[in-house]
Design a protein around this ligand. Structure first.
Ligand SMILES: Nc1ncnc2c1ncn2[C@@H]1O[C@H](COP(=O)(O)OP(=O)(O)OP(=O)(O)O)[C@@H](O)[C@H]1O
Ligand SMILES: [Ca+2]
Length: 593
């Protein structure tokens, strides 16, 4: 996938704001999503939480609250069957707004003439191979019934099994029209949706996959039928919000499935209440995640760059076109915020307004009902809605957050540990000493997570080595993990093959300075850590050595100089925290240019 956007943040912000004006339907009415906020702030849906949005005929919508303008993916080549819908919306307003010069007009097929479905490069779909290699005998296996749901990419029907284990059983069949697959990318999207569903099916909160079929006109995905409706509808039926305790049971299920996907190297990229279905009408029925239509494989250190998702739930770094799994955690934060207060954290009348809010606004934690929400719940949401993706909790971390602790949820292995340990074993002794000092100062709440992860590595006599990491990861291997090449991380952890790590060192290796910086007690943690560093690791260091340690060039000499105490040539407190933090965003971006 693509690489990091190398522009500085403010430039990117403006670019995003500008660019979203055109790819989204410029018709304000078409994207108006809620009544005017009563308090003038953008996050309220006090009157009606999910007033909606799309112009009649654009997208059949079972609930007025469904996310409007939900699929955006631009300005890369036209990738999906959602494109014709966006194209149609744009055609509607063609007379009102001309495309700007330089605007990529081919993304939805370019020229706005004709009225028929547009196709890739304006050259027809003749060259596209729409053969998926799936069996063609759907009718022999299932009897299709009435429609139960509809999305941008397809519609889903009730069906009944005719043969084998599913004989007489109700199932769901998602039908995706081949006519809408107008590009190689959109075909690949469907192929990947099936592949991911097949590989991940089996987790208790993922919809169970039965089989995929095709004929000349459609692809059919047969899966478990969920008769309990969407999470969105349950939120609405409860007047827009859940009690904290009920919200917890929902959030734990979301985290459990997200943690599983992430360990497999799959980013869902479209987490929202519409994509979680209850298996039955029972109040306490479990949820299943559906719709891997926008999901993708991503290696731990890779960055994705295609802007996909649903406006209310999209993470800032997705709009910046450089993101990884943390983007799903942002969406999880948005869902949790909605569950707890009944309002959207980022709201505006137009899609571009929503994006602006996502990039710049701080969610409101002051108005009702937030004063009555527990501090743990607020902390939980804030640690997911951090605009700096490096500071966000992972799903496995979130499962150990104090807010959820009374539910004692199962915590899976976290791929973040592998990434951090990999960096640690390759770090200089000076950096390791700095991290060791920091690890001695971390609060008990963070230790809960580390203890859980350490025990998942099944230490032998209190120690882990590369083999523990290998065994722990390969225990969960599926075809998805192979495809996303998650296992390759073990190769770069090779220095650990000749090393044993006890829990104390594991803590130093597996902590993220960025995440700790986001804690309210960071100042105290850093001060205490510096005390430990002074006792053990703080050595005399020259400007040249420090810049080298931090992987900076000579241009950084003047900044780095101030971080070394003139009295004894060792790192000052500020120097220590800067060193832990690593290079700044600006320098870091510059280095990628
Ligand atoms: N297994 C299922 N059981 C019951 N209903 C289902 C099932 N799968 C999908 N649906 C219904 O069909 C709708 C559309 O399905 P899905 O989200 O997979 O399609 P999509 O076109 O990819 O959607 P989107 O527009 O969100 O991308 C769902 O919102 C849901 O209401
Ligand atoms: Ca969906």
């Amino acid at each position: 996938m693509g690489h990091c956007c190398s522009k500085d943040v403010s430039a990117v912000n403006n670019e995003v704001i500008n660019s979203i004006k055109h790819p989204t339907p410029p018709n304000a009415a078409a994207v108006e999503v809620a009544p005017p906020a009563t308090n003038g702030y953008a996050n309220s849906f006090a009157a009606s939480p999910f007033q909606s949005p799309l112009p009649a005929g654009v997208r059949p919508s079972p609930s007025p609250a469904r996310t409007p303008g939900r699929k955006f993916r631009w300005p890369l080549p036209p990738p999906s069957p959602a494109k014709p819908i966006m194209a149609m919306m744009r055609r509607r307003v063609q007379g009102k707004q001309q495309p700007q010069e330089g605007q990529p007009i081919t993304e939805d097929g370019g020229g706005e003439g004709g009225g028929g479905e547009r196709v890739a490069m304006g050259s027809g779909t003749g060259g596209l191979d729409k053969n998926f290699g799936y069996p063609k005998n759907l009718a022999a296996k299932f009897e299709l019934g009435k429609e139960v749901g509809r999305g941008h990419f397809g519609h889903t029907c009730w069906a009944k099994g005719k043969k084998g284990e599913l004989k007489g059983q109700p199932v769901a069949v998602k039908i995706i029209s081949k006519a809408k697959m107008t590009t190689a990318i959109s075909i690949e999207d469907v192929r990947r949706e099936v592949k991911i569903l097949k590989a991940l099916s089996g987790h208790k909160n993922i919809i169970k996959f039965y089989d995929a079929f095709e004929d000349e006109n459609n692809v059919y995905i047969a899966m478990e039928l969920c008769e309990g409706g969407e999470l969105l509808d349950r939120i609405l039926s409860r007047g827009g919000r859940y009690t904290e305790q009920d919200a917890k049971t929902i959030v734990v299920q979301i985290l459990s499935v997200v943690a599983y996907c992430h360990l497999q190297g799959v980013s869902h990229r479209d987490l929202k209440p519409e994509n979680f279905l209850f298996t039955s009408r029972d109040e306490d029925a479990p949820m299943r995640i559906i719709d891997f239509g926008l999901s993708d494989f991503v290696r731990p250190d890779d960055r994705l760059n295609d802007v996909v998702g649903s406006a209310y739930y999209v993470a800032p770094e997705v709009l910046h076109r450089s993101y990884n799994l943390e983007a799903d955690m942002w969406s999880t934060g948005v869902i949790t915020y909605i569950l707890l207060c009944g309002s959207r954290p980022f709201w505006a009348r137009t899609e571009s307004g929503i994006f602006r809010s996502v990039l710049r606004a701080d969610p409101n934690f002051d108005d009702s009902p937030w004063p009555t929400v527990s501090p743990e719940a607020k902390d939980f949401v804030k640690r997911l809605l951090n605009k700096d993706h490096r500071k966000r909790m992972t799903a496995a971390q979130a499962l150990t957050h104090p807010w959820l602790r009374d539910l004692n949820p199962a915590v899976p292995l976290d791929i973040l540990i592998f990434k951090l340990v990999k960096s640690y074993v390759r770090a200089t002794p000076f950096k390791r000493a700095a991290l060791k000092a920091l690890s001695k100062a971390i609060p008990e709440d963070e230790l809960v997570y580390l203890r859980t992860q350490f025990s998942l590595l099944e230490p032998k006599n209190g120690y882990v080595s590369l083999n523990n990491f290998r065994v722990a990861l390969t225990r969960h291997v599926t075809d998805a993990m192979k495809e996303s090449r998650v296992l390759e991380i073990l190769n770069v952890m090779e220095p650990l093959a000749h090393k044993r790590m006890g829990f104390e060192e594991f803590c130093a290796a597996a902590i993220s300075t960025h995440q700790l910086e986001a804690l309210e007690g960071w100042e105290n943690i850093a001060t205490e850590a510096f005390g430990f560093f002074e006792q053990e690791g703080n050595q005399v260091i020259s400007v040249e050595e420090l810049t080298q340690e931090m992987n900076l060039g000579p241009t950084a000499y003047s900044a780095v100089k101030d971080w070394i105490r003139s009295s004894d040539g060792k790192l000052s407190f500020i120097g220590y925290t800067k060193f832990l933090h690593g290079v700044t965003m600006r320098i870091s971006n510059a280095r990628h240019r």
